[in-house]
Design a protein around this ligand. Structure first.
Ligand SMILES: C[S@@+](CC[C@H](N)C(=O)[O-])C[C@H]1O[C@@H](n2cnc3c(N)ncnc32)[C@H](O)[C@@H]1O
Length: 213
């Protein structure tokens, strides 16, 4: 299906808005989102489109430049699109966690001795492992407390590890929510680099690399 830029933007903004609102008005992080149905309906299939390639590629570029062949924890991994694209660059270990069983079921066939997909809510997940890279690719803004989530995941980051955070840049007024998340993160973590991605449809993403101070 071919969408015009305006309708694609509206779809994306609608999803983010919907999730942000349900997040704000919900008490239970694991129950409010009907991700499974959305994956089944194909609502997230557009993430495989060429229009989305650039922001995945920036994440992969940062990974490959800063932590080549390192270990990766992909938070809100969905059906493993990042893993599929990062595979060519190789990794020592990849763990993708996602709250949607449907997404994890779709990703699971790619499991091997260094690739794991787990159905886990980012708010409840814990591990004893320390990763070289922790990625939040269009997933952090679905938490009602993104900073708390990052702080928790800091415990699972190697001393010299990096966070790679990518978020869609919606238009005003939703952009304020996203701006506030960036502001909070930048206060507590050291910004190493930033790339602003714009595709031919005019859709924008911000991708940043952070370390602990
Ligand atoms: C926009 S999709 C991005 C998926 C993936 N990062 C990608 O780019 O292909 C957001 C993902 O975050 C997941 N998600 C949302 N809230 C979550 C939570 N509390 N814990 C774990 N995953 C969550 C959803 O199930 C969904 O797969």
């Amino acid at each position: 299906m071919i969408f015009k830029k305006e309708s694609l933007d509206l779809i994306k903004i609608f999803y983010i808005m919907q999730k942000l609102l349900t997040t704000v008005f919900s008490n239970n992080n694991s129950e409010y989102i009907n991700w499974d149905k959305e994956y089944q309906n194909g609502q997230w299939d557009y993430l495989k489109n060429l229009d989305e390639l650039a922001h995945y590629s920036i994440i992969i570029g940062y990974y490959n430049y800063l932590k080549p062949r390192g270990s990766i924890l992909d938070v809100g991994s969905g059906e493993g699109l990042l893993q599929k694209r990062i595979l060519a660059y190789s990794y020592s270990k990849y763990v993708g966690i996602d709250g949607s069983l449907e997404a994890i079921n779709r990703a699971s066939p790619k499991t091997d001795n260094k690739t794991f997909f787990l159905k886990e809510d980012m708010h409840n997940y814990s591990t004893k492992k320390a990763f070289d890279v922790i990625v939040f690719n269009e997933s952090l803004y679905y938490s009602d407390n993104p900073l708390k989530v990052i702080r928790k995941f800091e415990n699972y980051l190697d001393k010299k590890g990096i966070f790679i955070v990518s978020m869609y840049k919606p238009n005003f007024p939703i952009s304020i929510f996203v701006y506030l998340i960036w502001k909070k993160i930048s206060k507590e973590y050291k910004l190493i680099d930033e790339t602003i991605i714009k595709n031919k449809l005019g859709q924008k993403w911000i991708c940043r690399v952070y370390t602990k101070f």
